[in-house]
Design a protein around this ligand. Structure first.
Ligand SMILES: O=C(O)c1cc(=O)[nH]c(=O)n1[C@@H]1O[C@H](COP(=O)(O)O)[C@@H](O)[C@H]1O
Length: 299
């Protein structure tokens, strides 16, 4: 936790660039080059994603503290996609960026323990393998603490962290998360549990390594959750493409303007498509969009 907070402080920028590439997002010349070299197949798409992500990372590494690759975008292309996911993580880590693996796992304890290899690595005959190398991952709390504890244990051992879904950014999040039970919504109850679970794992800067996902599209709920969870760090998706703005997020931060890292994926990585002046210059457009986001958050 402390290292992510320090990176944010040093860069004076509480944002994370979401690496959610799609085939449709790839520049035409990159598509043509990779299809020509590898054929029209998953390998070509994997190579495009690596090249595209590296361009983005190179263009923002000095102004943005973290990236959040969304594993679904890579899993869509099978093993070749996963290779691109892993190479992206390795590249971002080498550049000193924090990596939040958006994997949203959650299952019974024995299965969660296997998924926890994302954080803790895996062991074969006494030999340790750190296969995934994410610093943080996202997890789903629907199964309760036995689906979460294996991740917390590995985070505590390896000095890594998790963000647990509390109030998600999507329009139908209210369908389950806002149901009232004994005068509290489900998401408030989850928030209480996440805050309690986080007490096992406090850093030295006032925040736990057990964080919460709170959507930028829910201004009032975010403000309420900040008050309910003073030691829980928030991953805040939903900025930009989903409608969240800087002013919506003022109450998500604490009084020192800490406590959040705000994600934008399409709004940054596909910014080149929004203005003809960029042509296929993915990196320059991403940098400009990342700087505009920082300014919008008044950092
Ligand atoms: O856990 C997440 O990151 C997440 C939680 C949530 O409530 N809403 C949400 O949009 N996300 C992820 O954040 C990213 C948002 O992408 P953009 O809408 O393109 O900025 C996607 O990878 C989503 O899967």
């Amino acid at each position: 936790m402390d290292s992510l907070l320090k990176k944010i402080d040093v860069m004076k920028n509480p944002t994370v660039v979401g690496l959610d590439p799609t085939l449709e997002m790839m520049p035409a010349s990159m598509k043509a080059e990779m299809f020509e070299k590898y054929g029209k197949n998953p390998e070509a798409v994997g190579k495009m994603f690596i090249k595209f992500n590296k361009e983005i990372i190179d263009s923002v590494e000095d102004i943005v503290p973290a990236v959040k690759p969304q594993i679904a975008m890579y899993e869509k292309y099978g093993i070749e996609g996963i290779k691109a996911y892993l190479e992206t993580i390795e590249y971002a880590s080498k550049k000193g960026m924090a990596v939040i693996g958006d994997i949203k796992r959650g299952d019974i304890s024995s299965t969660a323990a296997a998924y926890a290899a994302h954080i803790g690595g895996t062991e074969i005959e006494g030999q340790a393998f750190d296969l995934w190398k994410e610093d943080w991952i996202t997890v789903n709390p629907y199964l309760g603490i036995d689906g979460i504890q294996p991740f917390i244990d590995e985070c505590n051992k390896k000095d890594r962290g998790v963000f647990i879904l509390v109030k998600t950014s999507n329009p139908s999040s209210s369908q389950l998360q806002d149901i009232l039970v004994n005068e509290k919504t489900i998401y408030e109850r989850v928030a209480e549990l996440v805050a309690e679970w986080g007490m096992q794992s406090m850093g030295t800067m006032g925040y736990s390594r057990i964080g919460a996902v709170v959507g930028a599209t829910h201004k009032e709920q975010g403000e309420k959750l900040r008050k309910m969870m003073p030691h829980t760090f928030f991953l805040v998706p939903g900025y930009g493409a989903q409608g969240g703005t800087g002013t919506d997020l003022e109450g998500f931060f604490d009084k020192d303007k800490r406590g959040c890292i705000v994600n934008s994926s399409r709004g940054i990585i596909a910014a080149y498509k929004k203005n003809d002046k960029y042509g296929e210059n993915v990196g320059e457009a991403a940098r400009d969009a990342a700087l505009a986001m920082k300014a919008d958050l008044q950092y």
